[in-house]
Design a protein around this ligand. Structure first.
Ligand SMILES: *Cc1c(COP(=O)(O)O)cnc(C)c1O
Length: 357
C-alpha cells in the first residue's frame, strides 16, 4: 500500500531510551524501563496504579481473572468493538452478552445494558470507541462493575477527566497503530490497590519476588519486555504531541471530505481523541475498494460481533436486533490516520472519495 492505514512516530527520544536499555543489557520484563514506563503512565493518567502487560488484549484478561470472573458468569460487551473484550470474556470461561451501541456517539448504550443484564451479569466492558468516551455517569447508574477498554482513547476526556481512569480498572493497548505505541504492549490502570496487587501477582506466574517458585495461584506470563517499555517511556513523554498530531489530521479530513460523508457523532460532554478517522457512507464498499485500488489502505470496520457465529450464545435477539451496531458495521470505514501524516495525503484521499461517490 502506498498510503498505509497507520504509521508509528518514533523519534530520537524513544531511541535514546532503547539504547539506554540495550547498553545496560536490560531486556527482560522485570527490568528498569518497565517500572519507569508504568510510573510515567500513572502520572499522566493521575492514577495510583499502572501495570504494564504484553498487549491490550491480555490487559483485559488480567482484569477479568483478577476479579475472579469465570464459568457461569456473564459480562456485557458492546456489539460493535474490536474483538478483544468478547474474546477475553470467553477466555476466562464466562459468556460475553452483547448490548447495542447508541447512535448518539457509537459507544455502549446504558438502555441496552438494562435490557440484557441478568442475575449472572458480573461486569460491563465499556469501549471508548475510536477515541470517543463511553457515558460513564450513565454506566455508573447500572451499579455494575465497569471495566474501561481505553485501547483507542489515549488523550480523550470524559467531562474533563482522562479516558483510562474510569471504572474499577481501565486498559490500554500500545499496538503499533494506536495513538501511543510500544509496537506491542498494554497496561491496566486502577485506583484499587488490592486489584493492582493481584494483577501484578498473576502477571508473573502468581509468584512473589520474596518467594521464588512458590505459586499461590494459577498465574500467567503477561509481562511486557523492557525494550518496548523503553519506547513507551518516550511515547508517554510525547503524549500531547502525539494526541494533537492525529487531531490535526482528523480536522483536515473534516475540512476536505465531501459533505455527504457522515462523521462519527460526538456527544456534547465528550472531548474525543482520534485513533483513526472513521466515517460512514451508503456506498462504503465501493469507496473502500476504489481507495484500495489506488494504494490507499482504507478499511471497512469490524463485523458486528452479534453477526459472528462463534458469539451466537451472547446474542439477545428477544430484546434487541442491534440495529445501530449493525448499521455502523455495514457503512463505516477507517481512513489512514497517523501523527504528522502529510496533509497532501488527506487531500488526495478526500478527492478520491469525492470521485468515487
Ligand atoms: C486494539 C484494541 C485492543 C487490543 O489491543 P492489542 O494490544 O492489539 O491486544 C483491545 N480493545 C480495543 C477496543 C482495541 O481497539
Amino acid at each position: 500500500m502506498r498510503i498505509p492505514l497507520a504509521q508509528p512516530s518514533i523519534t530520537d527520544l524513544e531511541r535514546s531510551y532503547v539504547k539506554e536499555a540495550l547498553d545496560n543489557v536490560a531486556i527482560s520484563g522485570t527490568a528498569e524501563h518497565v517500572a519507569r514506563f508504568e510510573k510515567a503512565l500513572a502520572q499522566r493518567l493521575k492514577m495510583p496504579h499502572a501495570i504494564a502487560v504484553a498487549n491490550g488484549t491480555v490487559a483485559l484478561e488480567a482484569v477479568l481473572r483478577a476479579l475472579n470472573i469465570g464459568i457461569g458468569d456473564e459480562v456485557i460487551v458492546p456489539a460493535l468493538t474490536f474483538v478483544s473484550p468478547a474474546a477475553m470474556v470467553k477466555a476466562v470461561g464466562a459468556e460475553p452478552v452483547f448490548a447495542d451501541i447508541t447512535p448518539e456517539n457509537w459507544t455502549i448504550s446504558g438502555y441496552e445494558i438494562e435490557r440484557v443484564r441478568t442475575r449472572r451479569t458480573k461486569a460491563v466492558i465499556a469501549v471508548d470507541i475510536f477515541g470517543h468516551p463511553a457515558n460513564y455517569d450513565w454506566l455508573s447508574e447500572s451499579q455494575l462493575p465497569v471495566i474501561e477498554d481505553a485501547a483507542e482513547a489515549h488523550g480523550a476526556l470524559y467531562k474533563g477527566k482522562p479516558c483510562g481512569s474510569f471504572g474499577i480498572a481501565a486498559t490500554f493497548s500500545f499496538h503499533a497503530n494506536k495513538v501511543i505505541t510500544t509496537g506491542e504492549g498494554g497496561a491496566v490502570l486502577t485506583r484499587d490497590k488490592a486489584l493492582a496487587e493481584r494483577i501484578r501477582l498473576l502477571k508473573n506466574h502468581a509468584m512473589r519476588p520474596e518467594r521464588p517458585y512458590h505459586h499461590e495461584d494459577y498465574g500467567h506470563n503477561w509481562r511486557l519486555s523492557n525494550l518496548p517499555a523503553a519506547i513507551g517511556l518516550g511515547q508517554v513523554e510525547r503524549w500531547n504531541e502525539l494526541v494533537e498530531g492525529r487531531k490535526i489530521v482528523q480536522r483536515a479530513y473534516d475540512l476536505f471530505l465531501p459533505e455527504e460523508v457522515m462523521r462519527q457523532p460526538v456527544s456534547r460532554w465528550a472531548t474525543p481523541s482520534c485513533w483513526m478517522t472513521v466515517v460512514a457512507h451508503p456506498k462504503r464498499d465501493q469507496i473502500v475498494a476504489g481507495l484500495r485500488a489506488k494504494g490507499i489502505d482504507a478499511r471497512a470496520i469490524w463485523t458486528a460481533l452479534v453477526d459472528l457465529p462463534i458469539y451466537a450464545d451472547g446474542v439477545r435477539h428477544e430484546t434487541s436486533s442491534y440495529p445501530h451496531s449493525r448499521w455502523v458495521s455495514r457503512y463505516a470505514f477507517l481512513l489512514p490516520t497517523w501523527h504528522a501524516m502529510p496533509l497532501e495525503y488527506v487531500e488526495e484521499i478526500c478527492d478520491e472519495i469525492g470521485k468515487l461517490i
